[in-house]
Each structure stands twice: as C-alpha cells, then as structure tokens.
Design a protein around this ligand. Structure first.
Ligand code: UD1
Ligand code: MG
Length: 467
C-alpha cells in the first residue's frame, strides 16, 4: 500500500457518556497529552494521503486540538454511531484512494509499528477488511470477534448483543481496521440500526462483508495493551499508568535510576541523561531536559525545565520553564517561576522564589527570599529575607546586583535599582537608590543617604512610604 492509496479516519465525534464529563472524551488526557493527540501522533509516521478526524461533540475544541497536527476534520452532527461516522466521512475521502485505516479517538496506546503491520496484512491478504484484534483477560465492554475459519472473521458482536456462550470469547475488536473502500461503501449501505442505541455500528459492516463472501481478516495485536480504550475513568487512569510505565522503562533503559517508578510521572517528551537519579513522587512534565548525573529528589515537579549535568534538586521544589546550569543546587522547597537562569554552581535554598531572574555562577540565595526581574552577578550572597520589590502595583522594574555583592538579611531592594560589584549592604537595609561598586553601606548610611519619604497617589488614596 503506497502513500497515495490510503487515508486515515479517526473517529472522534462521540460524547463519551460513560466518563460522566462535560468535556469530550477524546480531549481527556493520559500520558501527558489528550487521547486524540496520541492517536494522531501514532498515525503521522504512516504517510497516509490524508488524516481526517470525524468531530461532533464539542467539535470546535476537538478541531483546535487536531488541526495544528495537520489533521482535516469532518463534522458528524448528530452522532448516530461509528458506522454513521464513516458515512459522513465518505464525501471528504472521495474516490482518490483505495483503502482507509480507521481508528477510534479513545485508544491512545497504539503504536505506528502495529498500524504498519496491519496495513501490510490487509494488502498481502487482498482483504475487504482487516481488523486489529487483541486477546485480553477481561473482554467486558468490547465487541467480540466471531471467527469463521483460520484467520477469517464472520462478525463482530457488541457486548450488549452477546449470547451466553459468546461471552466467553476473549478476542476483542480494537476498533482499528483497514477497509477496501470499494467494499466498505456498499456494506455501510446495508447495515441497520438494530441495537438499543438505534445507531449504525461500523462493526456490523464486518458481517455484511463476510456473508457476501469477501475476505475479512483478523490480526491479533502482539501487545494487547495497545488497543485499550478509555470509555470510563478507571480505563483512563489505567491507560495513563501504562503510558507512565512505558516512559519510565525507556528512561531506565537509557541509564536513569528511578526509585518507585510507579509513583513517578514522566511526560513522553522528557529526556534525562545517564546516571541521573529520580526519587519517588517526582513529576517531570512537558519538554523537561535533564543532563547526566543529576539528582531529582522526592516531591519535585519540573515542567519545561532544562537542567545541565550534575544538578541537584532537593525535595519539594516546583520549577517551571527555567534553565539550571551544571553543579547548581536548588531547594528544598524552592519555587522557580518561568524565565530563570541559574548559572553553574549557584545555590538556591529553602523558601526562595525566583521569577525572570538570572543568578550568576557560584552565587547563593539560601533562605526565604524573593528575587523577581533580577540579574545577579557571580559569587554574590543574597541574605535571608531579601526581597526585590519589583512591582509598584502598576509596573515591574528590574534589579541588578553585581559580582561579589553581599546583601545582608532582611533587605528590601526597591526596583529599579543597581548594586555595584563588590558592594556590601548591611542587614535590614531598604535600598531605593543605586549603590556604587565596592561601597560599604551600613544601616546608618542607609538612613542618612538613601532613606527617603515617598508619596504615591492612587485613584482613591495616597500611600506614604517611609523608606
Ligand atoms: C467500539 C466498538 C467495539 C470495540 C471498541 C474498542 C462499535 C459499535 N463498537 O466500542 O466493537 O470493541 O470500540 O474500543 O464501533 N464515535 C463517533 N461518532 C459516533 C459514535 C462514536 O465518531 O457517532 C467515535 C467516538 O468518539 C470514539 C469511537 O468512535 O472515539 C468509538 O466509539 P465508542 O463509543 O468509544 O465505542 P465503544 O463502545 O468503545
Ligand atoms: Mg471506546
């Protein structure tokens, strides 16, 4: 089957009643992405002529999720079943291709290799339809495969229509199929909504094809987990757990130690280098990149963080969209909001918050400090309780702290302000004016030369600052 002779249709119009949710089922998340995004990503490497998604329930939101991934959408309104969804997709598909690969939007663990193998079986067998099936321990809820002879299928029977003896069949329909379009379209014309939901089931097209003597093949998935659907919250969390397990296993294969991996959440795009150690209850999210020999201690959440080699993140840190260079040590209990760069060997201690701040090589802010919109040079020491007062209620202002600066405890730096290289600011200072390089600012000097009284007018009140 060449790239030019098949399209992919992802069925994503359903509501997902069994999730009991105000959000469309395919937009629920597992393994760090929406269900539909996983399915689209599994389809992308196959080079189909087009990828379509049939949308309906919360169509705009589902469109917004898939269109940026290069998927075209077809509107199914109202939703009268999976067979009806394919009838609706027919016009978009047109006559340009011979085959269609159909997938449900709620089975996100599927891998491209499995889809490729299914396409291959379909082509080699010259089949009218080829069904990806799986043999699972608890088949309850899935359509079951009625085999005719050998690899040939007679029908798919939905859970609600199973006879007593069919209930023991544990080969299930994954809802992933290849169809020859010249066979599918007439077969869809012959199915009836003979079920409790009065829907047109795509599964009923299988019996139609089989009865008219067409070849319907079944291919059993090597890894049954790949076809698991997410119809209920329990299935959703199980699928999430499997994604996390896959990712943790891949990282461990790449030389990362993970303790209690079942307690660790790692998104699919996260990378980590050899000999990095991840302790229990850590979350590594988004595009987080971790170098070699790092230690990420318990309770830490990193999202879109970039760590060089030999970084230690002590317990219970929250770090977003920040860069941390080699040998730096953060936490415990530090919060890095987006936009920070902590340079090599720097130390950010407990109850320290950073926002859009650069901390120079070897500098330290060890305790109880807020540094926002600040640039701090090399080997500076920021004492306990130092606050950059970067916000006057309307605008944000920068603070610049030079190399080797010592800021004593409990100092307030009223931005915009600059503290020159080598300056020494005494404990308890309130700095409102620039401090020259190498100056020694005692509390007395602060009161005499720097202290000011400022009055600022807001709309309804005047604020008196005694500085
Ligand atoms: C379906 C199959 C079942 C199979 C199971 C595998 C049918 C009738 N049954 O059941 O044999 O074992 O998948 O997971 O097909 N959808 C539409 N339009 C609609 C209805 C559904 O686009 O009118 C979409 C849904 O959004 C979903 C997919 O089709 O992504 C499958 O629908 P779902 O309701 O999940 O079917 P299942 O009951 O899981
Ligand atoms: Mg389903």
């Amino acid at each position: 089957m060449s790239a030019s002779d098949f399209v992919i249709v992802i069925l994503a119009a359903g509501k997902g009643t069994r999730l009991r949710s105000s959000r469309a089922k395919v937009l629920h998340r597992a393994g760090g992405h929406s269900l539909i995004e996983h399915v689209v990503r599994a389809c992308q490497p196959l080079s189909a002529k087009r990828i379509y998604a049939v949308v309906g329930h919360q169509a705009d939101d589902v469109r917004a999720a898939v269109e940026p991934l290069g998927v075209e959408t077809v509107l199914q309104q109202p939703q009268h079943g999976t067979g009806h969804a394919m009838v609706v997709a027919r016009r978009a598909i047109g006559n340009r291709v011979k085959h269609v690969l159909v997938l449900p939007g709620d089975a996100p663990l599927i891998r491209p290799e499995t889809l490729r193998a299914l396409l291959q079986t379909h082509r080699n067998g010259n089949a009218a339809a080829t069904i990806l099936t799986a043999v699972i321990e608890n088949p309850s809820g899935y359509g079951r495969i009625l085999r005719k002879s050998g690899n040939n299928v007679a029908a798919i029977v939905e859970q609600t229509q199973l006879s007593e003896e069919q209930r023991t069949i544990n080969e299930i329909n994954s809802s992933i199929y290849c169809f020859a379009l010249d066979k599918l379209w007439p077969a869809l014309g012959r199915i009836k909504p003979n079920n409790t939901h009065r829907e047109l089931y795509l599964t009923d097209a299988i019996a139609v094809l089989s009865q008219q003597g067409d070849t319907v093949l079944a291919q059993i998935a090597l890894d049954a987990q790949e076809v698991l659907g997410c119809n209920t919250r329990a299935e959703l969390s199980e699928v999430d757990r499997l994604f996390r397990g896959r990712k943790a296993a891949a990282l461990m294969d790449a030389g990362v130690t993970i303790y209690l991996p079942e307690s660790v959440t790692v998104d699919s795009e996260v990378q980590a280098g050899e000999d990095t150690v991840i302790e229990p209850c850590v979350q590594l999210l988004g595009k987080t990149r971790i170098g070699a020999r790092c230690t990420i201690r318990t309770g830490t959440v990193l999202s879109d963080a970039t760590l060089a080699d030999d970084v230690t993140i002590e317990p219970h840190c929250v770090i977003a969209s920040s860069r941390i260079d080699s040998g730096a040590r953060i936490g415990p209990f530090a919060r890095l909001r987006p936009g920070n760069h902590v340079r090599a060997g720097a130390r950010i201690g407990n109850f320290v918050e950073l926002k859009k701040t650069v901390v120079g090589e070897g500098s330290k802010a060890n305790h109880l400090t807020y540094l926002g919109d600040a640039r701090i040079g090399r080997n500076a020491n920021i004492g306990a309780g130092t606050i950059t007062c970067n916000y006057d209620g309307v605008h944000k202002y920068p603070t610049t702290i030079g190399n080797r600066v010592f800021v004593g405890s409990d100092s307030a730096l009223i931005a915009p302000v600059r503290i020159g290289d080598g300056a020494y600011v005494a404990a308890g200072s309130v700095i409102t004016e620039n401090v020259p390089a190498d100056s020694l600012l005692s509390l007395h000097q602060v009161q005499v030369s720097v202290v000011k009284v400022a009055v600022r007018h807001n709309e309804n009140c005047a604020i008196l600052y005694i500085l």
